[in-house]
Design a protein. Structure first.
Lengths: 108, 108
DNA sequence: TTCATATTTGGCATAATAACCAAATAAAAG
DNA sequence: CTTTTATTTGGTTATTATGCCAAATATGAA
């Protein structure tokens, strides 16, 4: 029995949340939803993919608990639920800046 | 031309960093590497997967810029580079607690 | 040099993702 | 009730990810 096995389900749960974030379209939508709530058709217009694709992306964010959903008439509005998700995008940006620096160092 | 298209490469870069994190085994290793550096063979013993699998996971973390690598004799030691990655695991934990709460609410 | 140990790389099988289209469902309007 | 609009779901295909084994590489010891 390895150390990892004992805690595997805990790390699987964390990974599933991070997986929900780890897609460019979903990251874009999260950033937009941080500003205000949007319906599926508005988000579809912004991203330029098929509406069924956008709907599925939103469903992934919803299942991960990252967004709220509110139905208004025929439309469904999504909004950002976990605003802390934004904070850690700052860390991701820091990682990217370091990556860029590494590439510079490699050239010199 | 959609809003998203103009910034797509920026979101792709972010997503690639998050993808590197979004795996249970890699999250486990990141948490361990936060405590101290380990060689590949030690990590392999902890996770209980094939050493080639562990090596590939570490390579993914390295390419994302999340860990440092240092060779000492025959062994290769990895250590956590971006400690801010730990902070946002706190956010992930918060999301998971909310998920659990939602499930409780659904039952009641 | 040869051997043993540590790590990485290539190849392959399987599983998971993501995109689209088409069809199903939901809600409001005519 | 039928139509229209908005959204979700099911199905298919293409791409990517994961894990193992075997082979290649690297380092140090004998």
């Amino acid at each position: 029995m390895k150390i990892y096995d004992k805690q595997r389900s805990r790390f699987e749960a964390r990974a599933s949340v991070l997986k929900a974030l780890a897609h460019p379209t979903r990251l874009f939508m999260i950033e937009e939803l941080a500003k205000k709530s949007y319906c599926v058709c508005e988000l579809t217009e912004m991203v330029g993919l098929d509406i069924s694709t956008v709907s599925k992306h939103l469903s992934i964010l919803k299942n991960a608990g990252l967004v709220n959903v509110e139905k208004k008439g025929k439309q469904v509005f999504y909004s950002l639920r976990m605003r802390c998700a934004l904070n850690f995008l700052d860390c991701v940006e820091a990682v990217l800046r370091e990556q860029a620096q590494d590439r510079m160092d490699a050239i010199q």
